[in-house]
Write a protein that binds this ligand. Sequence first.
Ligand code: IMP
Ligand code: MG
Length: 176
Amino acid sequence: MYKLSSKPLISKAELSERVNSLAAEIAAAGEFDILLGILTGSFIFVSDLVRAMPKANEKGMRVKFFKASSYGDSTEHGSLKVSGLENLELAGLRVLLVDDILDTGNTLYRLVPMLKERGAAVVKTCVLLDKPSRREAPIEADFVGFKIENKFVVGYGLDYADDYRTLPEIMTMEEV
Ligand code: IMP
Ligand code: MG
């Protein structure tokens, strides 16, 4: 059993400031043809990130989402289920793949080659949060908002069994 922490790990103001600076880092690193957000956890992060990248829009960066999820509603990870990639035309495109959090790394480690198989010319990865101490797969993200310690976090799009996604701050779940 888990319960929600009483105070945020990352406040609204910290999120907003870092998302803005991250958008600037991404813009400085080059142009992307398409931003691919991984559902569901990245939906709030992506919507704030793209609004902090007005130049990307002028240059016609597209935004699409697809679904990737591990089986089961727990804080541990099973196998990966991917849907919505089937009809994505990526040939020759520079892709920015965005997820909420890099944890064991299994998700991004498996998704990057899938996008390359679909013809993507470049795949860069961006995550709001990174828990390096949990890593199992040999992958690091190209753009990271915050490195955090090994705590289960919710809010700002992240869930615990589909709850808490709409909290405006990043909160931790504590074992009780
Ligand atoms: P990975 O494959 O272990 O890197 O896990 C990535 C996915 O697991 C993310 O897209 C999240 O959906 C989920 N996840 C990992 N850690 C957390 C967490 O602390 N809170 C909420 N979801 C998490
Ligand atoms: Mg996710």
